[in-house]
Ligand binder design. Sequence first.
Ligand code: FE2
Length: 333
Amino acid sequence: MSNKLETEIVAIEEQQDHGESVFPYAYFCKSDGATLEDAKAWVAQHRDALLDLATTHGTVFFRGFPTGSVEAFDEIVQSLGLPNFPYKKSLSNAVRVNRTERVFSANEAPPEVNIFFHHEMAQTPLYPKWIMFYCEIAAEEGGATPICRSDVLYDRLAEECPDYARDCETKGLRYTNVMPGENDSTSGMGRSWGSTLGVETREQAEDRLKELGYSWNWREDGCLEATTPVLPAVKEISPGRKTFFNQLIAANSGWKDSRNDPSKAIRHGDGSKLDPEATKRAIELAQELTFDVRWEPGDFCIIDNTVAMHARRPFKGTRKVVASLAEMETHGL
Ligand code: FE2
């Protein structure tokens, strides 16, 4: 099954150069007549190399491939041969809708909502190693997916704010968030506690929280306030290569809705408050290191979730960027 699909490695506009790696790494498809079957065969054939590239560079971006529908993208994802990480099993706080078995809407939050930089589910004990995004419909205006290299960010932070970087690494972090009794689609973090924990009753919720090492508190209005066990904030992905693998930026900037107050969302593992100046600097560094993925329909990418963060810019018009997650990892607790 030698395939007819020809690709080119491209220095995409505004691509970052980080010495031994670029960000993002990009392939353009060069064959006009290639079919979905060709694309699937190419992905399957290069699977190991593509995943290695995603880890080395943080993100691999693909344009011009014959991937004309969400169903086709599902098949591309399948040809990577990775175990699925179903949204239903995740402890993600976002409201999402499944489109196919492996593909779901990235976030149902309204267009004007800015979703801040995060590593998918780094604030929960279970997280996916890989994220695949696919653009079905590009927004009329805005709607880019900003991405940021967390290893580069960590190196810069360790240089500029060494005490802070060390505190994050040695003390870890605990996150607190308030989940509503019912899904609230007006919020980027509106998933109900029942859906988040995959339970129906309060007793079942408490069992699940105990199992995960959380502490909690029921509110009079039916909301659940839950605090994670101490989770690592820095991950060594290979000897000497560390990433700022945590949810500090999103928790500080974005965990705000009618129930949540970002100033209470995050503490070091010993309960101490984070240095606000250094936190501000970490957020600024992420902005400085941003690459905006400006979607065209049919584009897709593979992100190593332990290396790169992602976000969502506000947009106008209809935007459908869907996601698929693969390979469950734990914080090693
Ligand atoms: Fe996300």
